[in-house]
Design a protein around this ligand. Structure first.
Ligand SMILES: Cc1cc2nc3c(=O)[nH]c(=O)nc-3n(C[C@H](O)[C@H](O)[C@H](O)COP(=O)(O)OP(=O)(O)OC[C@H]3O[C@@H](n4cnc5c(N)ncnc54)[C@H](O)[C@@H]3O)c2cc1C
Length: 564
């Protein structure tokens, strides 16, 4: 289903057809002996039909994998509300002759009318909050919670229909059966759901893992692209992030699983999407794959959020953001968040790139500066000579910092960029009297290519522990094994798989969550042997000094023993 817009149009037009036919028949006096009753009955049934269609979208989508169907749910829901309102209005205008007292009296006498009006009133908040802006405002979990009301509405609608007639008619049974199946499906899926949607309070710290869809790809500069991800079904994002945090992408490239970390460059105030902005590295495996192979509509495995390079806007009155090259991404997320929330503080944004063509988010930065008087943008280019550039040139210097940021030492300062820019900049800041605790920095350390490096060569991501009492017996090179001390099990190793996978295949369940090396749930102490880890973001210095490793990342080619 490529042309969703056309499909949306078809659903929209077809949803209005019954109303057109009803109006036409009414105009031509063809609604039978009791036209008002006929119109009330027809619009009531249409309300139930559209309610059932709204509820059917998710189960059909889940059972068939046709995620594109989600486009129709909002339209079906709004039509249900529309026909419900029409149903009531025909009753109020033609049956009760616009008399409020008569309508209220009738409702008290005929209880099914009370049930019906309750169902209609419950649809009001659903219709009001059906827009993307409201989803964003309420946040995913609250929005989803509110929209469960649709089940109550449907139940009341069917009860209203049953109460209205003295004898049971086949159509009532059809609605009741469809609703019954939908409710059983819902109860069944809630019960079996392995990970309930995180509550607003827990989303901050909780790592979510799952599939996101590439909604759009935008070229920022010749070698930088922005990838926008949404949930496959168009629901709000299932995680919340702080500005400056990152996600981990897990991809299968040439049959091998690779993980890479990318900053979430979009603002956390965007509840329905997140964006990463990726520079294509020369011979870069993942960045190259993202630029050349990833297409709109593709799904990727993501774990998010993680990272401590975040800014707590409540604790400061100003901020200095210093970016170099693609290191602008976390600072852009902070900037977008601060400007979205109309933060009261001063923002000094210093950004260095090579040439005018390399300035990522150039237009947006200028637009933000125009609309936010508190933002002061300073661009400086290091290789502008052969380009038409009338702005600042050269690297970030002591003079530039002194000139553009008054009282430099007073502000929290965030620095992100290549090592060649960060190290001298941080050195300068220290020399200019900025206390170390006010400087925060993040380096985009490239992930280790464990599969390219000989595994027994010591790399920075290799944890090695000398043999000890727990080391398993056997010939290391021929049949290396994984020994789990607490379980008392020893199983064969597979150098292609991580220790978590190897244990799982042997029927041993180790704790895990994100499987991407960022949540730390699979931390375990390495008692003997040597492992390599592609991502080890969840480990801190204490973990490292205690030989703690991440099972979901650790691979080994020789005997290892875990305290698990
Ligand atoms: C917290 C964090 C946030 C990040 N955010 C972003 C972001 O927002 N945007 C972004 O673009 N990047 C970001 N990165 C960097 C990103 O994670 C990747 O490191 C980057 O995209 C390169 O990955 P790659 O697979 O393309 O390159 P790799 O294949 O890992 O290669 C990296 C570099 O090493 C070289 N190389 C690879 N293998 C070898 C070898 N065997 N011998 C010699 N040289 C080799 C490559 O030529 C390349 O230049 C972030 C990193 C971190 C840690």
């Amino acid at each position: 289903m490529k042309d969703i817009r056309f499909a949306k149009f078809l659903v929209f037009v077809n949803g209005g057809v019954p109303l057109v036919l009803l109006t036409w028949d009414a105009y031509n006096n063809q609604l039978g002996a009791n036209p008002v009753n006929f119109a009330i009955l027809t619009t009531g049934m249409l309300t139930l039909v559209f309610l059932m269609l709204t509820l059917l979208v998710t189960p059909i989508r889940k059972l068939t994998g046709w995620n594109w169907l989600i486009f129709s749910r909002r339209t079906f829901g709004l039509y249900a509300f529309f026909y419900g309102c029409t149903h009531f209005l025909i009753f109020f205008v033609f049956d009760r002759s616009l008399s409020v007292s008569s309508t209220l009296h009738e409702m008290l006498v005929r209880k099914y009318l009370l049930v019906g009006i309750t169902a209609l009133l419950l649809m009001v908040p659903l219709a009001v909050t059906s827009t993307n802006a409201m989803i964003k405002r309420l946040g995913g979990p609250r929005w989803r919670m509110l929209h469960r009301l649709v089940y109550v509405t449907a139940i009341l609608g069917v009860i209203h229909y049953f109460m209205e007639t003295k004898v049971v008619v086949p159509l009532q049974l059809v609605f009741a059966t469809v609703l019954g199946i939908l409710l059983i499906y819902r109860l069944f899926t809630i019960k079996r759901s392995p990970k309930p949607a995180p509550s607003p309070a827990s989303t901050k710290s909780k790592i979510w893992s799952g599939a996101l869809k590439v909604a759009s790809i935008k070229e920022e500069t010749p070698d930088v692209r922005t990838f926008r991800f949404t949930t496959p079904d168009g629901q709000p994002l299932p995680f919340k992030h702080e500005p400056g945090q990152y996600l981990v992408l897990s991809l299968l490239i040439d049959g091998k699983k690779v993980n890479r970390t990318y900053t979430i460059a979009s603002s956390p105030s965007q509840a329905t999407y997140c964006e990463i902005t990726v520079k294509r590295e020369e011979n870069g495996q993942v960045s190259g794959h993202l630029h050349t192979a990833l297409r709109e509509g593709d799904e990727v495995k993501v774990s998010a959020p993680a990272g401590r390079f975040t800014f707590n806007s409540k604790e400061a009155n100003s901020i200095v953001l210093i970016a170099g090259g693609v290191g602008v991404t976390p600072l852009m997320s902070i900037l977008r968040h601060l400007t979205d929330s109309r933060w009261h503080g001063d923002i000094h944004f210093i950004y260095t790139a090579k040439t005018p063509d390399d300035i990522i988010f150039h237009r947006e930065l200028h637009d933000l500066q125009k609309s936010h008087p508190k933002l002061r943008l300073h661009l400086t280019l290091t290789r502008a000579d052969n380009h038409s550039w009338s702005g600042r040139k050269g690297r970030i210097t002591r003079e530039l910092l002194n000139e553009v940021v008054p009282d430099l030492a007073r502000h929290p300062i965030y620095v992100c960029g290549p090592a060649s820019m960060m190290e001298p900049t941080i050195q300068l800041l220290r020399e200019l009297g900025v206390p170390s605790e006010q400087i925060k920095s993040e380096e985009f350390i490239a992930a280790k290519r464990a599969e390219l490096a000989p595994l027994n060569v010591a790399m920075s991501a290799t944890v090695a522990v000398g043999s000890n009492a727990f080391a398993s017996s056997g010939d290391d090179s021929d049949n290396p094994t994984l020994t789990l001390r607490k379980s008392g099990k020893t199983i064969p190793l597979d150098s292609e798989k991580n220790l978590l996978e190897i244990a799982e295949e042997a029927g041993i369940n180790l704790d895990f969550e994100c499987r991407s090396g960022i949540c730390g749930r699979c931390k375990v102490k390495l008692l003997a042997g040597q492992v390599t880890m592609e991502v080890e973001d969840a480990l801190d210095d204490t973990d490292r000094s205690n030989n703690v490793i991440l099972c979901c990342q650790a691979k080994a080619t020789e005997n290892v023993t875990l305290d698990a």
